[in-house]
Design a protein around this ligand. Structure first.
Ligand SMILES: NC(=O)c1ccc[n+]([C@@H]2O[C@H](COP(=O)([O-])OP(=O)(O)OC[C@H]3O[C@@H](n4cnc5c(N)ncnc54)[C@H](O)[C@@H]3O)[C@@H](O)[C@H]2O)c1
Length: 401
């Protein structure tokens, strides 16, 4: 059986190496640089090693390609392309649309087409299937299914193998084929009655995180105003064995999921006349954290940052990965610069970002810790500036959330 994975990013490459243990896999991506690297056994994704890639390539189990002819004879096609927001912060399905066009124009036989990209309920039925059919050169009737991805990049305790996998088919046959495919490399499969349920469940999982992060971020502001320690208070609340789940305050939310997916849910809710007030306000609270943090830094430093050398420590959106998509560091840097600060950043996991390189972790007037990678020594952070503001709860500075 031949499997093609459209998109070789965080999701697509992870699924490709799992599937390649059993099947012949083509990793298709329209980014030439990524494809060249992958075919040379160089991985750009945490959790997928270059050695694993080299081994699969040498066994003829995996090739990466930008050539759509390579997917023509696939039995299974998995879509794993970005689903961002437009500049107006509405769902942007242009990557899915272009993937569907490639699939429709290239496939020369009927296949099972599974969407793993996150989108709103109805995307598989009302967008993916008709778009592929519209572009189908051979007017083929494929099977369609959804299996929303839950991979958490960098995580080792819950992986693709031991995290329950939701799935649903547009037809009973599609559901059976989907189960057969994933059961070769996933331990727990959970079928739901329609693709819309699977699509909505994925959005709700991430919305749950988004609103709880917003709540704890608001709580951190309340505890500061009351003069009590937020972390100690959360640890105390967390001793309750039921009805409470601990979330930690932060500079905001980042990555491709938590800042984005809830807006897909809010948009489709509002289109159907249902309110999404929690989701909308959650987004605002998380975005406002950067301004709140910079306001605290300004207040602690005599009311002005004019000309001060400020080092932002950690610009990845979370610890131990190089992903900077939607990172809260961006807004923090913007607010610091608006206050007249001379801002640089340190993050050797990221290395280069927006045309700038990671600066040394030393010699600043002020340091603001946005992300604390395990590889960065806390003592060096504390020695990098006389004033260190910690947003992570991992650096024992007297200033922080
Ligand atoms: N990253 C995560 O942790 C995560 C977790 C669960 C779900 N998701 C969802 O999975 C989807 C993919 O996310 P990702 O993080 O893997 O994105 P990514 O940006 O890491 O990778 C996407 C890849 O798709 C390629 N691409 C874009 N359009 C293409 C096309 N038409 N044909 C071929 N390749 C194309 C890009 O070049 C890129 O390499 C999104 O919907 C995301 O919301 C992501």
């Amino acid at each position: 059986m031949k499997v093609a994975i459209i998109g070789q990013g965080y999701v697509g490459l992870t699924i490709a190496v799992s599937a390649a243990e059993k099947f012949k896999v083509v990793g298709f991506d329209n980014n030439e640089k990524i494809i060249t690297q992958l075919n040379n056994g160089i991985s750009h994704i945490e959790g997928v090693s270059g050695d694993a890639l080299k081994s699969l390539i040498s066994k003829n189990r995996y090739i990466a390609s930008t050539d759509s002819a390579e997917i023509a004879d696939s039995d299974v096609i998995v879509i794993a392309v970005p689903t961002p927001l437009t500049p107006e912060r509405r769902p942007d399905l242009t990557y899915i649309e272009s993937a569907c066009k490639t699939i429709g124009q290239s496939l020369e036989k009927t296949a099972l087409i599974i969407n793993e990209s996150t989108s709103y309920p109805g995307t598989l039925r009302n967008f993916i299937k008709p778009t592929i059919e519209k572009f189908s050169t051979h007017k083929l009737q494929h099977q369609y299914a959804i299996s929303p991805e839950r991979v958490d990049p960098g995580r080792t305790d819950f992986t693709q193998k031991n995290t329950a996998r939701l799935y649903a088919g547009l037809t009973p046959d599609a559901a059976i084929l989907t189960r057969d495919f994933y059961s070769t490399f996933c331990d727990i499969l959970y079928e739901v009655s329609s693709p819309e349920v699977a699509e909505a469940a994925k959005l709700f999982e991430n919305t749950f995180r988004q609103v709880n992060i917003a709540l704890v971020n608001e709580f951190a502001q309340i505890t500061h105003a009351l003069g009590i320690n937020v972390y100690e208070t959360l640890d105390a609340a967390d001793t309750k064995p039921y009805g409470f789940m601990k979330f930690s305050p932060s500079a905001g939310v980042g990555g491709h999921c938590i800042p984005v997916d809830p807006t897909y849910l809010a948009t489709v809710a509002e289109e159907h006349g249902a309110p999404a007030t929690f989701i909308r306000r959650g987004n605002e609270v998380n975005l406002e954290m950067s301004e709140y943090i910079v306001g605290r830094v300004v207040a602690d430093n005599g009311g002005s940052l004019q000309g001060k050398r400020v080092l932002v420590v950690g610009v990845a959106y979370k610890a131990n990965i190089a992903d900077v998509r939607e990172t809260a560091a961006e807004l923090i840097i913007e607010h610091l610069r608006n206050q007249g600060a001379v801002v640089s950043w340190h993050d050797e996991v990221v290395g280069n970002w927006k045309g700038e390189s990671s600066s040394p972790l030393q010699g600043a007037d002020i340091a603001v810790v946005v992300t604390k990678h395990d590889s960065v020594d806390e003592k060096i952070i504390l020695a990098s500036a006389p004033y260190v503001f910690d947003t992570t709860g991992k650096v024992s500075s007297q200033y922080g959330l």
